[in-house]
Design a protein around this ligand. Structure first.
Ligand SMILES: Nc1ncnc2c1ncn2[C@@H]1O[C@H](COP(=O)(O)OP(=O)(O)OP(=O)(O)O)[C@@H](O)[C@H]1O
Ligand SMILES: [Mg+2]
Length: 415
């Protein structure tokens, strides 16, 4: 279900590019059809020209070869280019949506997540999604078709022998699933490690003057190295799971082949199977495992992307700033603060406590106080960058929360 939801949200971004996507798939299937066609064509051509001695066609063979390979190369290029076009376009849309979302979430969430983490989600996590089209979706479409075609051939020859060979497939499916779940978790943690890295870098550049004064280079570098190592560990884990799913298929290919040879040999000896059919099934079964390996790999790939998507989704799910519907128009009497208390987060002490204040319109009011007394905080409550936990601010008799947020903010200038 979770996977379905994820695919749905991804496919939503595919919509504007579906024509290019279909075209890419079309060229991909042409390219793979030609890949299969060239070895297949060699046999009839050689038989006809050399064995049956139709030498007058001989001169066409080089041209034919050049044509096939030129077409194959061109189709591959076209499909790769189109796929990249689609996936980069999708990533751009996702990034734009994330960016817009970041603009509209309350300031406190941005500070809570950390700016570095937010940047990392918009830039790094989205680049994790990109291979989905370039690689995975395409593999899913193409290789699933190949598997069914080969299965069809094998079943047509002898269904019970084919079924015996396919006994290994449940093991592959369960294995790939388990590895997929691990990959998704590891990808999420690797992404959050990348986020931590960006966050640390952000903090370090901000505090660079303090770091230079205190000369604490080693301490800061150690902190950075710790984050680097986290990323290193999770990346290796991902590779382990990813390659693990491929190796699982390799091993199962051995088992599948052994089963076919064992049971097939038995059938041949009993006269229940012709050697031709046996060879045909054996070839189909061995050929099936290559697309299966790619499918298993793209399954873990999909899970990996899902892990990154979870982090992106966390941003999309943040609440947005909510205003009322009233438009704010001059003239006003002024702002009234009523019993207002505010803290930046639950674990921090109150930054403002029980403020009762009237700031009249058309007059100059100066806020004076020692550093940290809350002047900036007080002012940032007016355009609702933050909302107070207790008490409220009114513009004349209307709570600031009832105003349309953009119209309220248009009353302020900032220097
Ligand atoms: N983004 C924030 N997150 C958490 N605490 C904060 C944040 N901004 C300010 N504070 C804390 O809130 C209190 C009030 O700070 P504020 O910046 O409003 O003071 P100020 O009067 O503007 O000081 P200054 O004269 O130095 O500008 C201080 O204790 C400060 O540490
Ligand atoms: Mg200040």
């Amino acid at each position: 279900m979770e996977l379905l939801f994820f695919l749905k949200s991804i496919l939503h971004y595919l919509k504007p590019f579906w024509k290019k996507f279909i075209l890419a798939l079309f060229f991909a299937s042409l390219a793979s059809a030609l890949t299969g066609f060239s070895p297949w064509a060699i046999k009839p051509i050689f038989n006809y020209v050399f064995i049956e001695k139709h030498y007058e066609y001989f001169k066409w063979i080089p041209f034919f070869l050049i044509l096939i390979f030129t077409l194959m190369g061109s189709f591959s290029l076209l499909q790769a280019y189109l796929m990249k076009d689609v996936s980069t376009g999708m990533i751009n849309l996702i990034r734009l949506d994330l960016f817009k979302k970041c603009l509209s979430i309350p300031v406190e969430y941005l500070t809570k997540y950390g700016e570095g983490q937010t940047i990392s989600r918009v830039i790094n996590d989205t680049s994790q999604i990109e291979p989905i089209l370039g690689d995975n979706l395409q593999t899913f479409f193409k290789e699933t078709l190949t598997v069914f075609a080969l299965l069809g051939v094998a079943f047509y020859q002898k269904w019970d022998l084919t079924l015996v060979a396919l006994l290994t497939i449940p093991i592959i499916i369960f294995g790939a699933k388990a590895l997929g779940i691990k990959t998704r978790k590891a990808r999420k943690l690797a992404q959050s490690a990348t986020g931590e890295l960006t966050q640390k870098m952000n903090e370090i550049t901000r505090g660079i003057k303090e770091i230079k004064i205190s000369g604490s280079y080693d301490k800061v570098s150690d902190l950075f190295l710790k984050e680097l190592n986290k990323f290193y560990r999770w990346s290796l884990k991902i590779t382990k799971y990813r390659e693990g799913s491929k190796s699982l298929v390799d091993i199962m290919t051995g088992f599948g082949g052994a089963l076919v040879i064992g049971y097939g040999g038995f059938l041949i000896i009993r006269g229940a199977l012709s050697p031709g059919a046996f060879l045909s099934i054996l070839t189909a079964i061995i050929l099936i495992f290559n697309p299966l390996r790619k499918l298993a790999r793209s399954y873990t790939g999909l899970k990996e992307i899902q892990g990154a998507w979870v982090r992106i989704q966390e941003i999309f799910e943040l609440p947005e700033e909510k205003g009322g519907t009233l438009k704010a128009f001059a003239p006003f009497q002024g702002f009234f603060f009523k019993d207002l208390s505010f803290r930046y987060s639950p674990q921090l002490p109150l930054a403002l406590e029980k403020i009762n204040l009237f700031i009249p319109a058309n007059k100059i009011t100066a806020l004076v106080g020692p550093s940290g007394s809350g002047k900036t905080t007080l002012v940032s409550l007016l355009p609702r960058f933050y909302d107070p936990q207790e008490g409220n601010i009114y513009l004349d008799n209307t709570s600031l929360k009832d105003f349309d947020i953009l119209s309220l903010r248009s009353l302020f200038g900032m220097v």
